[in-house]
Design a protein around this ligand. Sequence first.
Ligand SMILES: C[S@@+](CC[C@H](N)C(=O)[O-])C[C@H]1O[C@@H](n2cnc3c(N)ncnc32)[C@H](O)[C@@H]1O
Length: 244
Amino acid sequence: MIGRLYGVGVGPGDPELITLKAYEVLRIVDVVCAPKARADRPSRALEVVRPILHDTGRIQEVTELIYPMIRDLSVLEAFWERNSESIVSKLREGKDVAFITMGDPMLYSTFIYTYRKVREKLPEAGIEVIPGVTSLTACAAASKLPIAEDDETVALIPSTAEMEKVKGLAKHADTLIFMKGVKNLWELSKALIECGFGESSIVVMVKGYGTAQENVKFGSLGELHRWNSEDTYLSTLMVKRCTV
Ligand SMILES: C[S@@+](CC[C@H](N)C(=O)[O-])C[C@H]1O[C@@H](n2cnc3c(N)ncnc32)[C@H](O)[C@@H]1O
């Protein structure tokens, strides 16, 4: 009998934001796979679920899988391949596996590449995704800045996007949400102003939501270029359109 793979979203960092369904899955699986960027760093997702694992009264197998933060696709492919192979071998042993991921598994998550490979290698395995509270909904909650209301539109933009693409989206969206860190704030503010975002548009940067370093910073687009963009990987930036 082949095991089942669960992609489990563990939310933005506060263990109380883990869903009941994720909690139940974590209690029943045989193996927990936790992604992390480097061998010498802890897995953030594992830190979040550790209290639950201790609570189960069972000793579950925990495997940490390395997903380096690099952009070289051929190197990344090799890691995805190795990690999915290790999951497939557990599933073949009949073990149920939870792949835990920060926020939601289907939003900019390493689970996406992994489950595609697992599906290729072992099409008969059942795969289930347990959604999680995303960092963007957590950031809206922390700042009380709505993501969208009435007929507003929203664009979700990774910091790796080309400025031309950002401008294209900015022309049509009322709320812009930047993830995976922020950079070039001077160039970004100038581009957004050119696209019709007024200088008084509200900006909020939420850093490390749910962690001891949590910080919520408010301001206006006109002053964004003066903000510090260093060490912002764990930050989400929201910009809300105002025409003046
Ligand atoms: C690889 S993406 C993962 C997104 C995740 N799957 C989700 O659903 O939120 C990582 C980005 O999520 C955002 N993020 C993750 N955790 C955060 C937190 N605790 N506070 C603020 N932003 C966070 C940051 O923009 C970070 O660069």
